[in-house]
Design a binder for this molecule. Structure first.
Ligand code: NAD
Ligand code: MG
Length: 382
């Protein structure tokens, strides 16, 4: 059988490196065709030597010479720049594109991959947050499947029953490291505290998003576009043990959940192997060790980002794009100690109120909204 050819956008990140572990577990089924990264050129070189892909792309062109020289003895094509990154996904042999890069930068390569008819294993939730309607329309037009990698959405996907409508989806949230802090305490939390997530080890941006609940807000928006549900059909339940990865409720009231140890390799692998399941090494759920599964409502007063995301989803148009762009700016500022934890939501709210609303945005509108929001948000932080 022909091996599935996989392109990993963001192979040096948390999702990217775990995807390579999945490929390594099933060398008879999967092959890394293309690996891409932004700045971590040394790790990309190491991965290229080990997995011998057809091509590598470094988005930051400043690293091109280093990458090219380090791989000179191998028949690997070496490219640099975002245009090259957007083009590589169109390569004929590629079957699946795993979008494991972070942020808005994932939008254009994802659109190209869809147009080229590649199955999308979607980790880059920002793409659906920014332009969910456009992405769905493209996927329909080009008959391209979009398979969720986000653990909650993979869980929901694993619970679906063809032909049976959902009455709601229930996204579980760990609550992050600040679940029990008061607003006064939240005002003083630092990035070091925010970067310590209780259950998952992830890239810096999504770790801050998890602490601020923006990640859950984005997942609500992501769920709408992946599963065709309305905002009122998407419920968030805080479940600190992270054993239930999410649930669905059907019209007869039956609820199905997917459970397991927290391990992103499972949703990554399932997106590669769907509809089959494959063996996977690693821990197994031991119910004797998790006697207590608890649930609580999210606090929208303390975690305003979640309320802002619901608001953006209700109003639609370019508002989710505004929220995403403002969030990328404030998270970078928080990581640079230039804004407080609660200050992040203030800027996002300001952007929602002040950036012009576009009810039915085109791709060009998204590009313009993203650029304008970034510029304004950066000014407001100064
Ligand atoms: P990360 O920061 O660990 O890795 C990001 C990767 O993208 C790196 O390889 C980096 O080189 C590349 N990259 C970053 N900016 C880029 C740019 N402008 N152009 C090209 N490449 C760029 O991030 P991560 O935690 O692996 O998350 C990746 C995506 O997956 C995010 O959208 C995140 O929300 C989503 N996700 C992650 C997890 C997780 O467990 N880490 C879970 C669910 C969803
Ligand atoms: Mg998630």
């Amino acid at each position: 059988m022909k091996k599935k050819q996989i392109a990993i956008l963001g192979s040096t990140g948390s999702i990217g490196t775990q995807a390579l572990q999945v490929i390594e577990e099933h060398p008879d089924l999967y092959e890394a065709y293309a690996l891409t990264a932004n700045n971590r050129v040394e790790l990309l070189i190491e991965q290229a030597r080990r997995f011998q892909p057809e091509a590598v792309v470094i988005a930051n062109e400043a690293h091109y010479a280093t990458l090219k020289a380090a791989l000179a003895d191998l028949p690997i094509k070496v490219y640099a720049g975002t245009d090259a990154l957007c083009q590589i996904v169109e390569s004929q042999p590629i079957d699946v594109v795993l979008t494991a890069m972070v942020g808005y930068a994932g939008l254009r390569p994802t659109m190209n991959a869809i147009r080229a008819g590649k199955a999308i294993a979607l980790a880059n939730k920002e793409t659906l947050v920014v332009a969910g309607e456009l992405i769905n329309e493209l996927a329909r037009q080009y008959h391209t499947p979009i398979l969720p990698v986000d653990s909650e959405h993979s869980a929901i996907f694993q619970c679906l029953e063809p032909g049976n409508a959902l009455s709601k989806v229930i996204l579980t949230a760990s609550g992050g490291p600040f679940r029990q802090l008061s607003r006064e305490e939240l005002a003083h939390v630092t990035k070091v505290q925010a970067l310590k997530h209780p259950t998952w080890s992830m890239g810096a941006k999504i770790t801050i998003d998890s602490a601020s609940m923006m990640n859950k807000g984005f997942e609500v928006i992501e769920a709408k576009w992946l599963f065709g549900v309305q905002p009122e059909q998407i419920e968030v339940v805080v479940h600190p043990q992270s054993v239930i990865h999410s649930m669905v409720e059907f019209e007869d009231g039956a609820v199905k959940a997917q459970l397991g140890v927290p391990d992103m390799r499972l949703p990554i692998q399932y997106a590669f192997s769907y509809p089959r399941r494959l063996p996977l090494s690693g821990g197994r759920l031991d119910f004797m060790k998790c006697r207590e599964l608890t649930f609580e409502a999210p606090d929208l007063q303390r975690f305003r980002n979640l309320a802002l995301a619901y608001e953006a989803l209700h109003q639609g148009g370019n508002l989710p794009c505004i929220v995403n762009a403002a969030n990328e700016v404030v998270v970078a500022a928080f990581l640079a100690d230039r804004i407080s934890f609660l200050g992040m939501s203030d800027i996002i709210e300001q952007a929602m109120q002040r950036i012009p609303f576009v009810a039915q945005p085109t791709y060009e509108d998204y590009v313009a909204t993203d650029a304008e929001t970034r510029q304004k948000a950066a000014e407001w932080i100064r």
